[in-house]
Design a protein around this ligand. Structure first.
Ligand SMILES: Nc1ncnc2c1ncn2[C@@H]1O[C@H](COP(=O)(O)OP(=O)(O)OP(=O)(O)O)[C@@H](O)[C@H]1O
Length: 490
């Protein structure tokens, strides 16, 4: 649909673009990225015939751009510029109708019913039909943007050029505009070429991205390839982190603000932050901690400041235990969004905790262990779904800076230590009469201050893994013994 070869040029003697070559296919959503001043708008101006070029070629539908008359070009391409103002005062509908100009013929341009149908359709698509009789200059920036998009679509172009299309739009219209672009690209084979400053939106919506750097193409590829952490850091000269989108196989880049001295102040989570009561065990951190957990609230990965292990009756049974737990936390002064919350049927005074220190980092481990529901994982298929009360809740606070993989290693290491504790205490699976490996509802939390020593690994043989192994083993043994004693006393 569009072929660019060796495009070089700029303004007067100032060369902005240097040997730019690429193709865009029909029906493709193609994103142009690059830092300020890298030449994105200059390229778009050349592609849309606004800015002349001396070296290289641009071919649209196999024909050289320079062979098109202005009107012919307007029948094929439409442009939604970044900043727009109108010289005259038009209503919204009149503004959109100007898009039909390229399709009108003869000296006396007559307005056909087809023109009317198209204008009404594009006004609906862009959400501006409701205010079609208002004057353009009375509109907000976002509303104007949508009116100009409607005008561009009224042209019924084959290629739509967009310069920062979501600039003035609120969140829902950003999504709607880009959803519409993608729909039109896929269903009507509209070719969309758009400049983006928002790398995440570009990554979410575009089929391919082209990254410009100082007037040259740094890379053209699918979003996952272009949006590499090191590359973006280098080209944009800033610190960012790349993470997967939570719902889609797409990359997302996060800005990391510069840290201040207070962000590095040493923090050691230990017993002083812990309170053990009859109804809850709570640990309140002075700062949010990076967490990975299987709590009833705060599960998955996140940042949490409060940690609650709540005693519930053996017969606790709510259909929506997530909502019930959230209500419980609220009535006890905890914000559920900021709290990792777990439940246990054991008496909370049977808790075991231990602080362990290495040269330049430390861990604080807290375990409650009910084993009435102990299961041998290798024979789990012999169990029915109905479970008895009893669960092992393991909390591991790390005073260090954990890498993503260290969170996973920590869970593996802690699980191995727990299994060994059950083995050594000969905790039995009552159904199979074999040694249990855990209970059916065990829960775990890894929470790290993300300050101090960088800890890349937490396998059993690493310094962190050794502390976790020792601490989880000792605490699990102690908690099970205390719990057994407590039950004997009843
Ligand atoms: N009309 C002009 N006359 C002379 N130089 C210009 C003109 N317009 C842009 N430039 C220069 O060309 C270079 C590229 O500008 P361009 O607007 O294409 O970059 P961009 O990648 O779109 O930047 P931004 O992200 O800031 O919009 C810049 O150095 C800019 O100063």
């Amino acid at each position: 649909m569009l072929e660019v070869k060796g495009l070089t040029g700029g303004y007067g003697n100032k060369a902005v673009l240097d040997s730019v070559s690429f193709d865009v296919h029909k029906g493709e959503l193609f994103g142009i990225l690059g830092p300020n001043g890298s030449g994105k708008t200059t390229l778009l101006s050349m592609l849309s015939g606004v800015l002349d070029y001396k070296v290289g070629s641009i071919r649209i539908r196999g024909r050289d751009l320079k062979e098109y008359s202005a009107k012919q070009l307007a029948q094929v391409i439409a442009v939604l510029p970044q900043h727009s103002s109108l010289a005259f005062s038009y209503t919204v509908k009149e503004t959109v109708s100007l898009g039909r100009y390229a399709h009108q013929t003869g000296w006396f341009h007559s307005w056909t019913s087809e023109d009317e149908v198209i204008v009404q359709r594009v006004m609906k698509q862009t959400g501006v039909a409701d205010f079609q009789d208002l004057h353009f200059e009375r509109l907000s920036g976002g509303e104007r943007q949508r009116v100009l998009l409607a005008q561009a679509l009224a042209q019924e172009p084959e290629i739509l050029f967009l310069d920062e299309p979501t600039n003035h739009l609120d969140l829902s219209y950003q999504k709607e505009l880009l959803d519409l672009m993608r729909k039109m690209a896929k269903e009507l084979e509209l070719t969309v070429i758009s400049i983006f400053h928002d790398l995440n939106l570009a990554g979410l919506y575009c089929d391919r991205l082209m990254l410009l750097e100082k007037g040259q193409i740094q890379v053209i590829n699918v979003p996952n390839e272009v949006l590499q952490q090191e590359r973006i850091q280098e080209v944009y000269r800033t610190t960012i982190e790349k993470h997967p989108h939570p719902a889609l196989p797409k990359p997302q880049m996060f800005i990391v603000p510069e840290k201040h001295v207070c962000d590095f102040a040493p923090l050691e989570i230990d017993e002083t932050y812990l309170t053990v009561g009859n109804e809850i065990i709570q640990l309140n951190s002075p700062i949010p901690l990076r967490t990975m957990s299987s709590g009833v609230t705060g599960s998955g990965t996140g940042w949490h400041q409060h940690f609650v292990n709540r005693h519930v009756h053996r017969d606790y049974n709510y259909e929506d235990h997530f909502a019930e737990m959230a209500d419980f936390l609220k009535t006890h002064g905890f914000e559920p969004q900021e709290t990792v919350g777990m439940m246990t049927a054991v008496f909370l005074d049977t808790v075991a905790f231990k602080f362990l220190r290495d040269a330049d980092f430390s861990v604080f481990i807290i375990v409650t262990a009910g084993v009435g529901n102990a299961i041998d994982a290798s024979l789990a298929d012999q169990h029915s779904w109905i479970s008895n009360p009893g669960t092992i809740n393991t909390w591991i606070f790390v005073n260090g800076h954990l890498a993503e993989e260290a969170f996973i290693h920590s869970i593996v290491t802690a699980t191995e230590a727990k299994v060994k504790a059950l083995h050594d205490l000969r905790v039995l699976d009552k159904v199979t009469n074999t040694v249990a490996t855990g209970t059916s509802t065990d829960s775990i939390l890894i929470a790290a201050a993300q300050r101090g020593k960088a800890l890349q690994y937490a396998g059993t043989i690493t310094p962190l893994g050794k502390l976790i192994s020792r601490g989880v083993y000792d605490c699990t043994v102690e908690a099970i013994k205390k719990n057994r004693k407590r039950i004997e006393e009843l």
